[in-house]
Design a protein around this ligand. Structure first.
Ligand SMILES: CC(C)(COP(=O)(O)OP(=O)(O)OC[C@H]1O[C@@H](n2cnc3c(N)ncnc32)[C@H](O)[C@@H]1OP(=O)(O)O)[C@@H](O)C(=O)NCCC(=O)NCCS
Length: 152
């Protein structure tokens, strides 16, 4: 069952300015090491950072609370599958809140153009998830080698 939806749009130049002004202090407060790694590898890193910023805001909207006390930016992480599809991992205070709200999974979609990045999130209560829904992956694109290794 869908229990929440959320969306956000952000000006890429605004995120770019914050990165230029505050550098690692900003990056390490908002993004996980894996998110930084993903964005830094790309040609226009600001648009990928902005997409992740929008994703975090969109996920918080699915909770109906916005960013409240005890929830940090890094608690909501965007992990990219090999295909490029983003998935949400929730940690810390956000994980506690999700449990309280009985939210088991949040799906995300991200898009960006030159000026803006946008994201839309949908929160589910697991017992009602249709089989076609993509489960949250626990391994990142970089670390997931399950397809390459034989079980024997
Ligand atoms: C996925 C695709 C629809 C994205 O559309 P786009 O107009 O190029 O770009 P948008 O700005 O709208 O979206 C970009 C976001 O789409 C998401 N995305 C990428 N691949 C995706 C996929 N397979 N499924 C769902 N979402 C995907 C990502 O979140 C990406 O942003 P991020 O890299 O910052 O995480 C398009 O790139 C596509 O059809 N790709 C096919 C596969 C391909 O060409 N791969 C190239 C590998 S080099």
């Amino acid at each position: 069952m869908i229990v929440g939806i959320g969306t956000d749009i952000v000006e890429i130049v605004r995120i770019g300015k914050m990165i230029e002004r505050h550098g690692d202090l900003f990056l390490n407060r908002v993004f996980t090491a894996e998110e930084v790694r993903y964005c830094q590898r790309r040609k226009n890193s600001f648009q990928h950072y902005a997409g992740r910023w929008a994703a975090k805001e969109a996920v918080m909207k699915t909770f109906g609370t916005g960013f409240t006390r005890g929830i940090h930016w890094q608690d909501i992480e965007v992990v990219s599958k090999r295909s490029g599809e983003p998935v949400i991992r929730i940690h810390g205070g956000a994980e506690d809140l999700a449990q309280k709200l009985r939210i088991d999974q949040v799906m995300i979609t991200i898009s960006h153009c030159r000026a803006y990045a946008t994201a839309t999130a949908i929160a589910f209560r697991n017992s009602d998830i249709k089989e076609s829904a993509t489960p949250i992956e626990t391994e990142s694109a970089e670390t997931d080698r399950s397809e390459e290794t034989s079980p024997e």
